[in-house]
Each structure stands twice: as structure tokens, then as C-alpha cells.
Design a protein around this ligand. Structure first.
Ligand SMILES: Cc1ncc(COP(=O)(O)O)c(C=O)c1O
Length: 348
């Protein structure tokens, strides 16, 4: 990469071969297809779309649909190509070379985006490696000590599945507010547990990040959104590219959020399947972490991971404290049963 700029030397290009067959449990997508009723509504709308024209750069249709779903004003919402694009925008608009307080382990892309703007991470461990409970006191200590520009809380947290209690979240937001620091609450998986989005009405230093990629079974349309007070939303919109969202994606997401009750049954099923999978993993003598999301975190030995790949079962492997841990997305009943059978084979 002879033309790569100096500050990026040492970074590798991001390539990841698409896996299109087998049992895919590595990206926390929904176990179930988008509901048929949503697809039928989308088909009806498609006839009317004028693809010749650029999309509305203000993303009015989808922002209005989201604002209505949450009882907020449209000025409290902005849209990104996946919540990933909004993460990029947060770092671009907030961070030059300041500190960022976050937890370890958490979603790896925070560090990737922060590295483009020289952000310096202070990683706070969870209370232990059994339940991975958030260590609120240590997070607040770090806020006081390092004066970070940004504090990131992912709840439920990817990859551990643990969730922060609302009262502790508020303590962190208040501590951050006292030093003029912003809190990013990443709720990519909140539909599987609970949302604290309403705290944006109380605190003007809180961003809440959400996505259609997980519970809404729409990872393919790449649409994420951010909820915050108008001033924080404007901050993001300073760096957000114009025309960033396609008309098609906006229409699909808008139909999905207007009909969000159509997802309730699948979300309940995924939570039940997660609980079953957790019990089955425990019965195999494994130690899964209690999860409030649609995935489960645990340690497996390397031979097991390789054996699963040989059998076309794909889970996510992550390095944490110099050991390999694994994150398994909850699949359908059939997929989970095959996974458990193969795990049994490889353990026996
Ligand atoms: C915690 C968290 N935040 C954000 C994202 C990005 O999601 P998307 O860009 O699909 O909205 C992910 C994806 O896995 C995630 O796990």
C-alpha cells in the first residue's frame, strides 16, 4: 500500500469472505427471516419509487417514522449506513486525540474508528469473567481520572451479552456530564432486553445508537440510527455524508418500524431459544455467560472451533486476555440442535 498516508501505516485492509452456506452463527443476525407481511408491504411500495432521483439527503421519511415510534421529534434522530457509519461519524466529529473510556471486551469497531482520529482508549474490565457485570465504580473512577471526551457503554454488550442496570447507567451519564463528556449508549441488541433511549430527554450528553441489523432481521439494508438531543444530532450531521441512505433502504426500514409489532413473536422465540441453548451448553459441562442478547459468549478449546468449521458451523472467535473465547449467535431450533450435537461429538 505505497500511497497509504503516514498515520495509517501498519493498518490492514478489511476483507472478510462472505459465508453463504452452512450454519452461520457468527454475526448476531436474526435467526428468522424478515416477516412475510413486511416483505409484502415493501413490494407494494417498490412500484412507486423514483430511482432516477437522489434520495432525500435529510432522510425525512425514515427519521419521521423512527421519531414517531419513540415519541420524539425528527430533530432527535439521524441515520447511518448501518450504525457503523454513525460510529465513524461520532469519532470524526468528537475526537481529535482525546481519551475514550470503554469496557473490555466490547465491540471491536470502536477502536478501529477511534484509531483514524487518534482516540486513546482506557479499557475498563468487567467485575469478573463469569457474569461480566459492568464495573460502574471503576468506570466512574476512570471518568474522573482521565477526563475522557467520550464514554462508551454497549448494553447488552457485544460480545459478553451482559447488560448495565439503568441506575448505574445514569450514574455514569451524570459523572460524564460533570466533566462535559459525552456518553454513547450502543443499543444494537436492546430489543432482546430493554432500552434506555428515554434518558436522552433527561441528559443532553447522551447518544443512543440503534440498528435494523439485529432484531429487525434487516442487516442487508444497512440502516442504523442515532437518537439524542438536537445539538448532539447536529454534531453528527456536520460530518455525515450527503445522500448517505438509499431510497430503498429508507422505505424498507420505515415499513419495518411502523409495523414493529410484527417482530414481537420472533423476538420472544429468539429469547426462548437463547435460554434453551444456554441450558444445553451448560449440560455439556461448558460455562456460557448469562446473556441478555441474541448470542452467547463462552470459552471453547481450539480443536472444538476447528471441528465446527469442518462441519460448516461458523461461530465467532475472539481473543480476550490472551485466550480464545467464542461468541455464538442464537440460531433456529434446528441450527442450535445441530450445533449442540457437533459440540457433543467434539467434547466426547
Ligand atoms: C454493538 C454493535 N454496535 C454496532 C454494530 C454495527 O451494526 P450495523 O452497522 O449493522 O448497524 C454491531 C454489529 O455487529 C454491534 O454488535
Amino acid at each position: 500500500m505505497k500511497y497509504l498516508k503516514k498515520s495509517l501505516i501498519g493498518k490492514e485492509p478489511y476483507y472478510s469472505k462472505e459465508i453463504s452456506s452452512g450454519i452461520i452463527l457468527n454475526a448476531n443476525e436474526s435467526a428468522f427471516e424478515t416477516p412475510k407481511e413486511i416483505i409484502e408491504l415493501v413490494k407494494k411500495e417498490l412500484d412507486k419509487v423514483d430511482l432516477r432521483r437522489y434520495p432525500d439527503t435529510d432522510n425525512t421519511l425514515i427519521r419521521e417514522s423512527i421519531a414517531n415510534a419513540y415519541g420524539l421529534d425528527i430533530t432527535n434522530v439521524t441515520i447511518g449506513v448501518g450504525s457503523d457509519q454513525l460510529l465513524d461519524c461520532i469519532f470524526k466529529s468528537l475526537i481529535d486525540d482525546e481519551h475514550i473510556v470503554s469496557c473490555n471486551p466490547t465491540f471491536s469497531m470502536y477502536k478501529e474508528y477511534a484509531s483514524f482520529t487518534n482516540g486513546k482508549f482506557i479499557d475498563i474490565d468487567f467485575k469478573d469473567d463469569i457474569n461480566f457485570e459492568f464495573d460502574t465504580e471503576k468506570i466512574i473512577e476512570a471518568i474522573k481520572k482521565y477526563n475522557p471526551k467520550l464514554v462508551i457503554i454497549c448494553s447488552p454488550n457485544n460480545p459478553t451479552g451482559s447488560a448495565i442496570e439503568r441506575s448505574n447507567l445514569e450514574k455514569i451519564i451524570i459523572a460524564a456530564n460533570e466533566i462535559n463528556s459525552v456518553v454513547l449508549l450502543d443499543e444494537a441488541y436492546s430489543e432482546f432486553h430493554e432500552t434506555n433511549y428515554d434518558l436522552i430527554k433527561k441528559y443532553d450528553n447522551l447518544f443512543v445508537l440503534k440498528t435494523f441489523s439485529k432484531a429487525y432481521a434487516l442487516a442487508g439494508i444497512r440502516l442504523g440510527y442515532m437518537i439524542a438531543c438536537k445539538d448532539l444530532i447536529d454534531t453528527i450531521n456536520v460530518v455525515k455524508p450527503p445522500y448517505n441512505m438509499s431510497r430503498l433502504s429508507s422505505i424498507i426500514a420505515s415499513i419495518a418500524i411502523k409495523n414493529k409489532n410484527l417482530y414481537d413473536e420472533n423476538i420472544k422465540k429468539i429469547i426462548n431459544l437463547k435460554n434453551e441453548l444456554f441450558d444445553d451448553l451448560q449440560k455439556l459441562g461448558l460455562k456460557p455467560v448469562k446473556s441478555y442478547s441474541n448470542f452467547i459468549f463462552l470459552k471453547l478449546n481450539d480443536k472444538i472451533f476447528d471441528y465446527l468449521i469442518e462441519n460448516k458451523i461458523y461461530i465467532r472467535r475472539l481473543k480476550y486476555k490472551n485466550e480464545f473465547w467464542h461468541r455464538i449467535t442464537v440460531g433456529t431450533k434446528e441450527e442450535n440442535d445441530i450445533l449442540i450435537a457437533k459440540l457433543k461429538d467434539s467434547i466426547m
